[in-house]
Design a protein around this ligand. Structure first.
Ligand SMILES: [Co+2]
Length: 483
């Protein structure tokens, strides 16, 4: 989920940050003090199925190693042209070519990761807390480079990662990431042309709620399920009554989020059914992996944007005899993430933009890139589904309308400062709320988040991962063997 325009006055007050951190610390202490609250949940399924991989025949997205050579035998009709593709050496941080390479198996404490996780049902219903003994799989581990290589072996930094604060950060983040992998694995195997966009969202949302054991704002869905189509790059999800059906020719961005204790996991991929889009997807996947590779402590945000732009623009795609250089959508970006705050302050550009801000230890980032055959810039659509309460304005002191105050209370209880959509209000029993919602927007308490469209007729694609700049290494939390 890319950031929406921020008000310049929205710098977070230290009080809000302090409160969030205090809550996280308290949570950490509880988790560390009571490890016994997890094992009681573990059913027999863990033992009976341990080590038995679930057969997988879907989700055969090419990885970018495979796409690196310009012609893929058997892909007929697909434009496979590529311009001056710069061959960069794949470092240790490069995208893994397979599940076995994705993460060192020795680092796993559970029976499996994401795709093929042992013991999961289809559709997914079993909470990941039951599939793992409270020790969730690590993401992809990348050593820092050059001036920060010392961190890899620093005893001080290793000790820091053993503190309750860091253990809780990683446990919550990995639990959410594993939910994301398992839910998206099912989504990738299930989403087909002819399904309604509502069905698609509901299968993802039901899976997420089940696997993360959604409860109030303690754990659950982190934001509306984006399933933006074609020229729409982001922030579209169906409202009630929407009749949109997924078409064979569509380019659909599935962007969904999971959170545990407000620790948000934000990851997205693109679904297509026509090989004509393969190179567009390859461009964006490469651009996102480039951003992930470049990210690190002390790295300037603009430099990451420049690397992403170079990767993205090195691809060409051909539709109907016309050739397009893939453009990054320059007004969209990745973003830093804090507990209960999806867009915490830093934006990670996908073009060179001059931002000299450096990434720092401990930050979580969503690295997301968007490629387009259109203008490479979006405008707001008017069919709004997404909303988010302003992070530091829970009380809405200036809200007078009683129905609006009531709705704000409902929002605070169910979503807090997490983004939500109209369908989420519908399902908790709210009705006739549009006027009150409009009032909350006018009072500056809730932000509408409009869908974002590039040029009519254009196609846009997205890939996104969440990573954390750990003291000793960079961990790509949401890495899977799919992307
Ligand atoms: Co995002």
């Amino acid at each position: 989920m890319p950031p929406t325009r921020r008000r310049t006055t929205s710098a977070k007050p230290p009080a809000a940050i302090a409160a969030a951190l205090a809550a996280a610390k308290e949570r950490a202490a509880t988790l560390i003090a009571e490890p016994a609250n997890v094992p009681t949940l573990i059913p027999d399924v863990h033992d009976t199925n341990a080590g038995v991989p679930v057969p997988e025949n879907g989700s055969d997205n090419d990885d970018d190693e495979a796409n690196d050579e310009s012609s893929t035998p058997g892909t007929t009709g697909a434009a496979k042209k590529k311009k001056n593709r710069k061959k960069k050496k794949k470092s240790a941080m490069a995208a893994p070519a397979s599940a076995s390479a994705a993460v060192d198996p020795a680092s796993f404490d559970g029976p499996g990761v994401g795709e093929g996780a042992a013991g999961q049902t289809s559709p997914p219903t079993i909470p990941v807390s039951r599939l793992f003994r409270g020790l969730y799989p690590e993401g992809e581990i990348c050593d820092y480079q050059d001036d920060n290589l010392w961190r890899t072996t620093s005893e001080e930094k290793k000790a820091l990662e053993m503190t309750p604060f860091w253990e809780a950060e990683l446990r919550d983040a990995r639990r959410g990431a594993e939910v994301h992998r398992q839910v998206r694995n099912y989504a990738q195997r299930t989403i087909k042309p002819g399904m309604s966009m509502t069905e698609i969202c509901e299968l993802i949302e039901n899976g997420t709620r089940n696997l993360v054991e959604a409860q109030g704002i303690e754990a659950g869905i982190a934001f509306p399920t984006g399933c933006s189509l074609n020229a729409c790059a982001a922030h579209w999800t169906p409202n009630a009554g929407d009749k949109t059906i997924l078409q064979q020719s569509d380019v659909c961005k599935i962007d969904f989020g999971v959170h545990v204790g407000g620790r948000i996991i934000d990851s997205a991929f693109t679904v297509t059914f026509d090989p004509v889009y393969d190179n567009l997807l390859a461009a964006v996947k490469d651009a996102t992996n480039t951003g992930i590779r470049e990210a690190g402590i002390d790295v300037r945000l603009s430099d990451i944007g420049a690397a992403i732009q170079e990767a993205m623009e090195s691809y060409e795609v051909e539709f109907g005899g016309k050739t397009y250089q893939v453009k990054p959508i320059r007004n969209l970006s990745g973003h830093s993430i804090e507990r209960y705050n999806i867009h915490a302050g830093n934006s990670v550009p996908i073009v060179k933009n001059g931002d000299q801000t450096k990434m720092v230890e401990g930050e979580f980032y969503a690295i997301e890139t968007f490629g387009s055959t259109g203008a490479g810039r979006t405008i707001d659509g008017d069919e709004i589904s997404h909303y988010m309460r302003v992070f530091d304005n829970p009380h809405g002191a200036n809200v007078r309308l009683s129905r609006a105050r009531q709705l704000l209370q409902t929002i605070n209880t169910n979503f807090g400062s997490l983004a939500f959509c109209r369908r989420y209000l519908d399902r908790i029993g709210e009705s006739k709320y549009l006027l009150a919602l409009k009032n909350l927007v006018e009072c500056g308490v809730v932000m509408p988040i409009p869908p974002l469209y590039d040029t009519p007729g254009s196609f846009t694609a997205q890939y996104e991962h969440t990573l954390v700049l750990r003291p000793t290494c960079k961990e790509v939390l949401t890495r899977g063997d799919d992307y």
